[in-house]
Design a protein around this ligand. Structure first.
Ligand code: 5GP
Ligand code: ZN
Length: 119
């Protein structure tokens, strides 16, 4: 069923505490943790506790939860002290765009210059 934890999903395991992660923020509906392979001084992933394949599936099924993820991305940026200098929120969607973990997640990147377009 949509939103249910998936036994083979890495990020569901992080939500459950079965895989360790450096948690930076938690809410009733979301978890934010350090990316294991950071691409910037601030590189945090924000995920819904519920499992959705990607950001579009999340927003379609539970728009309020998608809004929680976006709001938390802003809170993470403030906590990382990159809110004033600028930061990027990225939802890689599909393998062609670099999505490797199929549990919806926002990358929050900041603390260095960020090129646009990203390439
Ligand atoms: P994607 O490529 O799907 O947009 O992003 C997945 C992200 O998850 C990558 O940036 C990758 O470094 C991160 N990642 C993969 N495995 C782990 C892990 O076990 N722990 C943490 N904290 N991050 C992970
Ligand atoms: Zn999952």
């Amino acid at each position: 069923m949509a939103g249910e934890a998936q036994a083979d999903c890495l990020f569901c395991k992080i939500v459950a505490g079965d895989v360790p992660a450096t948690i930076v923020r938690e809410t009733e509906t979301t978890v934010a943790f350090q990316d294991i392979n950071p691409q910037a001084p601030c590189h945090v992933l924000v995920i819904p506790r519920a499992h959705y394949h990607d950001a579009a599936a999340l927003a379609t099924a539970e728009p309020a939860l998608a809004a929680d993820v976006l709001r938390e991305a802003g809170e993470v940026a403030a906590q990382c002290k990159v809110a004033d200098t600028g930061y990027r929120v990225v939802f890689n969607t599909g393998t062609g765009a670099g999505q490797t973990v199929f549990h919806a997640h926002a990358h929050v990147l900041g603390g260095r210059g960020l090129q646009w377009p990203p390439g």
